[in-house]
Ligand binder design. Structure first.
Ligand code: KIV
Length: 292
């Protein structure tokens, strides 16, 4: 089956059909997310926090991103996979941006890249799209600039900041971005941006009127405990059921209840008898392979 393309995503906005994007960082999660109905899988640099154990996205490298994006490509067949360009893989100039974006396309085989920043990233977005690399923009609370923002704060709340965000969004659209993520933007402003832009907006903490939504997988399913962002909805608590299962496993190993006969392998009693001293009696547990 052919993968969803950036043109399909743009067509969805025209039809008024909501776009579902979720993050994934490995093959089994990519399969789950695709089975769950996502049209777009983002291999986000949130990888650094929810999988690699860093306390921000800043330490994530190109090598990390390529490694995980390859896994997501192997685990999915239909979704458009977007590789997130990590900190300092494009901020250092368009030549670095071109080289690193090309790695996502050539080595990982994904369908598009995402990078953060509005006007200041527009030139790079223009060069990448001119070279045939589809780019998703990302404005609002962009995590790679969290130190500049002074924390995780909603953006665009004052008239001046809202106008700035509008200019940022328009600059990305003009530069050729095929979609724009709006992160932590007041819902009415996100609605206005969605109406004014011809390309789809994908919201995270940006209200219901965006053309699509993105959520971080580990937040949605309860696998990230450090904090739960206000914009994240926990649809299940997989962390709790996994913890319960692991406690049961520990108890069964300690008591000898696991492994039982169903999870053990038998041996031909005649072959086993040859290993035993003459006169040694085989028990049922020996025949099941539970004792040697
Ligand atoms: O890295 C990521 O997962 C993201 C989303 C929060 C949009 O950029």
């Amino acid at each position: 089956m052919d993968r969803i393309t950036t043109s399909d995503i743009r067509e969805m906005k025209k039809r008024g059909e909501k776009i579902v994007m979720m993050t994934a960082y490995d093959a089994p999660t990519a399969r789950l997310v695709e089975d769950g109905g996502a049209e777009v899988i983002l291999v986000g640099d949130t990888l650094g926090m929810v999988v690699l154990g860093y306390d921000s996205t800043l330490p994530v490298t190109m090598e990390d991103m390529i490694h995980h994006t390859k896994a997501v490509m192997r685990g999915s067949t239909r979704a458009l996979v977007v590789g997130d360009m990590p900190f300092m893989s494009y901020q250092t100039g368009w030549q670095d941006a071109m080289k690193n974006a090309a790695r996502f396309m050539q080595e990982a085989g994904c369908g598009a890249v995402k990078l953060e920043g509005g006007k200041r990233s527009a030139e790079i977005v223009g060069k990448l799209t001119a070279a045939g690399i589809p780019v998703m923009g990302h404005i609002g609370l962009t995590q790679q600039s969290v130190n500049q923002f002074g924390g995780w704060k909603v953006q665009g709340k004052t008239p001046a900041a809202a106008v700035q965000l509008m200019h940022d969004a328009q600059a990305l659209e003009q530069a050729g971005a095929f979609a724009i993520v709006l992160e932590l933007v007041p819902a009415p402003l996100a609605e206005l941006l969605t109406q004014r832009l011809s390309v789809p907006t994908i919201g995270i903490g940006a209200g219901v009127h965006c053309d699509g939504q993105v959520q971080v997988f580990h937040d949605m399913v309860g696998l990230f405990d450090a904090f739960v962002p206000k914009h994240a909805k926990r649809y299940t608590d997989a962390g709790a059921s996994i913890r319960e299962a692991l406690k049961q496993y520990t108890a069964e190993v300690k008591s000898g209840a696991f492994p039982d006969a169903k999870h053990s392998f038998k041996m031909d009693p005649a072959a086993l008898a040859e290993l035993r001293p003459p006169g040694h009696q085989l028990t049922r547990r020996h025949a099941l392979g539970l004792d040697v």
